[in-house]
Design a protein. Structure first.
Length: 126
């Protein structure tokens, strides 16, 4: 199931599918968007079981606890074996509200919403 007790942070973030590529995970670490146990972390930082990892992704801060270290990237259904998602529901609500604001915002002078625009707004509220 796991290769050892520890792994590189960027590799772990990529393996548990938080980032599409390892390079994106590395960039997030270098930008200061990743913390391990409350401390800013570099991409080569060792991740161990029971570490608490916070990742800033857009306006959401994801909080994860390391359960195990995977050998390689895995399919989405197996991710729960390697990390426990402790992200508060309010974080996901922030993203939903932000998405709604983007859709509802209309440029001044753009006129009334079209029938298509109204249907899209109705889908969001259902």
């Amino acid at each position: 199931m796991s290769s050892a007790d520890c792994s590189r942070l960027d590799k772990w973030l990529w393996a548990v599918r938080l980032f599409k590529t390892r390079a994106l995970a590395t960039d997030a670490c270098r930008a200061g968007n990743v913390e391990v146990n409350g401390q800013p972390a570099k991409p080569a930082r060792e991740v161990r079981v029971q570490d608490l990892i916070e990742v800033q992704q857009g306006i959401i801060t994801r909080t994860l606890r390391v359960r195990a270290v995977p050998l390689a990237r895995m399919g989405a259904p197996r991710v729960q074996e390697f990390c426990e998602d402790l992200t508060p529901a309010g974080e996901f609500e922030k993203a939903r509200i932000h998405r709604l604001q983007q859709v509802m915002a209309r440029e001044k002078g753009s006129g009334r919403p079209t029938k298509r625009d109204r249907r899209l707004m109705d889908q969001l509220f259902d």
